[in-house]
Design a protein around this ligand. Structure first.
Ligand code: FAD
Length: 502
């Protein structure tokens, strides 16, 4: 019988994407016959940004059997409870997109629907008071909920901020321990099989040739295999997502403790991130080159740093969009080689993780069945488009008119998929999760309400619940969150606890 099994996997690139893929494959292809090789070039280097994550990364690390405290110590990580958005809807605005959900649903009715009825009846606190992650973030407190946690602590969700270079190095050690072979060198040529155009091998500058059955392209924006060799094509989303450049520059930590949240502050022609780590703060200004020069962008960033600059500014150029096929022939593109939505909701590393999980679920053999490849591409497309819509919502739902950039964002024609969501929410506050949805109902509610998309009415089913009972239940939920958060250690104390266990 012919043996169709994949024996040789070659990963091209050793940034976050490459080492995440290598670590995961070393764990799942530990079968005695598949060899995994990773090629990277120190001379070319990695992009060096990508410090904020979202909660599913916890399961990626857990799947690898990584000790979370060790990870926190080795990558200088802090905990992230969500994102604070400043000046997005209107100048002077501030809202929080928390991880986890708001309150508790009652009799199958979404909490935010109950909240909307209360809000229409009279003044109510901000909906963030019902999200334990938001309250903990604002008070600088944190604790890992643990398996036995009860409400409301059980609904606290978190992710991490980390040093991307240290995370890649951490995963490299893991992958090499589990049998991945690393090859240093610059790839100069990609050889295609004449019969079908599949990638056969790559040749390094020193003349070595490395062949493989399956190639994973993690070579960054250029897409060395997926684009330069296979001409797959790129779907450009910049008509919707207008930012195309970023200037990144770390600074020293100003306060005594790092905050447990990312801050995204809207600027005249884009927005600025602030990501506190244990040893420094990552900052960057993401902007549209059509509205702002690089010098002006750098000045804006420097003017708003909240600590001593800790390095030279780095300019990064990108085009938002996605590779037309994430999997083409025997090449699967992960990370920036597969596309880039833009960093506003910290989704890129998650898309890498999802790509790896789906590749493992649909792992091919040497016949490369079209049905498996097509399913992979369909799922990745759907996921990326949902993420795009969610990020685009932040730009579209603005009432700012103080710059050409924001006026253009407000006037942008958006995809039908997003227009329908906004319309449904505006009517009766409804959000429906569909397909490969990454962001939860609470996430959509946070941004819609935070940026002044307020429903005209609430769902009629809410009226089946007694108003006083609901008001009491809501007050109890709010008090329970308040009291629970008061008992948590400070974020800094919790990090120190993590480190002390090692
Ligand atoms: P890279 O880091 O660029 O790695 C490419 C690798 O390919 C390198 O090892 C390089 O040496 C190698 N290579 C390239 N060409 C060759 C060759 N010819 N021969 C040999 N090797 C080669 N994501 C998040 O999840 N959260 C964030 O907060 C976030 N912020 C971001 C901010 C900005 C401004 C940008 C641009 C991106 C951000 N991202 C973020 C995305 C994140 O940085 C990437 O998804 C992540 O770093 C993965 O990058 P990569 O591994 O695909 O590419």
């Amino acid at each position: 019988m012919t043996d169709h099994r994949i024996k040789n996997v070659v990963i091209v690139g050793g940034g976050t994407a490459g080492w995440m893929a290598a670590a995961a494959l070393s764990r799942f292809l530990n079968n005695g016959y598949t060899k995994v090789t990773l090629i990277e070039s120190e001379e070319i280097g990695t992009i060096g940004v990508g410090e904020a994550t979202i909660p599913p990364l916890i399961s990626f690390n857990a799947m690898l059997g990584i000790n979370e405290n060790e990870f926190v110590a080795e990558t200088q990580a802090t905990f992230k409870l969500g994102i604070e958005f400043v000046d997005w809807g209107r100048l002077g605005d501030r809202y929080f997109h928390p991880f986890g959900s708001y309150g508790q649903d009652l009799q199958g009715i979404h909490f935010h629907q109950l909240y909307l009825r209360e809000k229409m009846a009279g003044p109510v606190p901000d909906i963030g008071d019902w999200a334990i992650s938001a309250v903990a973030a604002q008070r600088g407190r944190f604790a890992r909920p643990g398996r036995a946690a009860q409400a409301p602590l059980a609904s606290l969700r978190y992710a991490f901020h980390f040093d991307a270079a240290l995370y890649a190095a951490f995963l490299r050690r893991y992958a090499e321990r589990h049998g991945v072979r690393r090859t240093e060198g610059r790839i100069e040529h990609v050889a295609l099989r004449p019969a079908d155009g599949f990638v056969e091998s790559v040749r390094l500058a020193d003349g070595r040739s490395i062949d493989g059955d399956l190639f994973i392209d993690c070579s960054g924006f250029r897409g060395l295999l997926i684009e330069e060799a296979l001409n797959t094509g790129y779907e450009d989303w910049s008509r919707w997502l207008p930012c195309d450049r970023a200037i990144a520059m770390p600074c020293a930590l100003a306060g005594a403790e790092p905050e447990a949240f990312t801050r995204a502050t809207a600027r005249r022609s884009g927005w600025q991130w602030r990501i506190p780590l244990q040893h420094r703060v990552g900052n960057g200004h993401v902007y549209s080159s059509g509205f702002c020069s690089d010098d002006e962008a750098e000045r804006t960033l420097r003017d708003h740093l909240e600590g001593e600059p800790g390095g030279d500014p780095r300019l990064l150029r990108f085009t938002t969009g996605r590779r037309s096929l994430a999997w083409n022939r025997n090449v699967v593109a992960l990370g920036l080689a597969g596309g880039f939505v833009e960093p506003l909701e910290s989704t890129s590393i998650h898309l890498v993780q999802s790509g790896i999980a789906r590749l493992i679920a649909l792992f091919p053999d040497k016949r490369f069945l079209a049905v498996e490849r097509d399913e992979y591409n369909r799922q990745m497309q759907s996921l990326a488009e949902r993420v795009r819509d969610f990020v685009l919502l932040h730009y579209k739902a603005t009432e700012r008119s103080d710059s050409d950039f924001w006026r253009q964002c407000a006037a942008t024609a958006i995809p039908d998929s997003l227009a329908e969501r906004i319309e449904l929410f505006r009517a009766k506050g409804r959000i429906f999760a569909e397909g490969a949805e990454l962001f939860s109902t609470s996430s959509w509610v946070a941004v819609m309400l935070g940026q002044h998309i307020v429903p005209d009415e609430y769902e009629p089913v809410v009226d089946a619940l007694d108003e006083n009972l609901v008001a009491n239940a809501m007050e109890q939920m709010r008090r329970a969150i308040d009291q629970t958060v008061e008992r948590l250690p400070s974020h800094g104390e919790f990090i120190a606890q993590c480190r002390s266990t090692l």
